[in-house]
Design a protein around this ligand. Structure first.
Ligand code: KIV
Length: 288
């Protein structure tokens, strides 16, 4: 059984790990067999599985159903499940909905947002629910961002993200997902936090990586994000593709620089490595 204890050890030993989204038992079994020990029932299922154009319509009923399915296929993985849009708007909603996900087989719930969630996070932890934070491009806020845009590219955004990460760690999150942020910023956050950090479109310096399973298998179509890689093209079959993904993450081959974003702000000491600025308003085609 993989637990958060193993992820903390991997961080200390600098052992990079691959995780993936899963939505059903057939795939979670295969992922488990190919060495993936951390899976996420992401609300990305709204797009990747239900064919919608955002995660917003996904319900608690959907998340419970898919969590039950994934857990049956992979009884011993560390399983994270997303609390969907508006299911944690108040602490009391968060308690009820997190309990439903834990009863369905999740080991940890993930929620999107910064410092405003600190009280909810500590109250969940006190009640026995482990929490994973999610910062950067948080798809439930797509209408606030005005699209799927890379976050933390200037000094204000980067400072805000680092502050949010520290506040959430202080509140008790045990894991953090960073999505679509500059590689140097993700590296800094990973270095500053004691908890493991998992990146998606966040460069090579995070402790682990996660991808949406359809992106790993190259079946997302035209909306495949630029940070993803089609491992099926090289692997030839699904099992080999997944194994290749795991190997490339563990050996540091994935993500390469073409799967990462650069920092564009002032050349402050913290972010000095950032080079090769591109458009500030770049939109990420995203299945997340
Ligand atoms: O919903 C999701 O699949 C996610 C990951 C891509 C991090 O949040």
């Amino acid at each position: 059984m993989t637990t958060i204890f193993h992820l903390r050890q991997w961080k200390q030993k600098k052992h990079k790990f691959a995780s993936i989204t899963a939505y059903d038992a057939a795939f979670s079994r295969l992922f488990d067999e190919q060495g993936i020990q951390v899976m996420l029932v992401g609300d990305s299922l709204g797009m990747s599985t239900q064919g919608r154009n955002s995660t917003l319509p996904v319900t608690m009923q959907d998340m419970v159903y898919h969590t039950l399915c994934v857990r049956r296929g992979a009884p011993s993985c560390l399983l994270l499940t997303d609390l969907p849009f508006m299911s944690y708007a108040t602490p009391s909603q968060a308690f009820d909905n997190a309990a439903a996900l834990m009863r369905a087989g999740a080991n940890m719930v993930k929620l999107e947002g910064g410092a405003w969630l600190a009280d909810t996070v500590s109250a969940l932890i006190e009640r026995g629910v482990p929490v994973c934070g999610h910062l950067g491009l948080t798809p439930q806020s797509v209408n606030i961002f005005g699209g799927y845009k890379i976050q933390g590219r200037n000094a204000v955004g980067a400072d805000q993200l680092l502050t949010d990460a520290k506040v959430l760690e202080q509140a008790g999150i045990q894991l953090l997902v960073l999505e679509c942020v500059p590689a140097t910023l993700a590296g800094l956050v990973t270095h500053e936090l004691n908890i493991p950090v998992i990146g998606i479109g966040a460069g090579a310096m995070t402790d682990g990586q996660i991808l949406v399973m359809q992106d790993v298998l190259g079946i997302t179509g035209n909306s495949a994000p630029s940070f993803a890689k089609d491992f099926l093209a090289a692997g030839g079959d699904i099992a080999t593709a997944v194994r290749l993904y795991v190997q490339e993450v563990e050996t540091g081959q994935f993500p390469a620089s073409e799967h990462s974003f650069n920092y564009e702000g002032d050349s402050r000491a913290d972010y000095q490595n950032a080079t090769n600025a591109t458009s500030e308003d770049q939109t990420v085609a995203s299945g997340t």
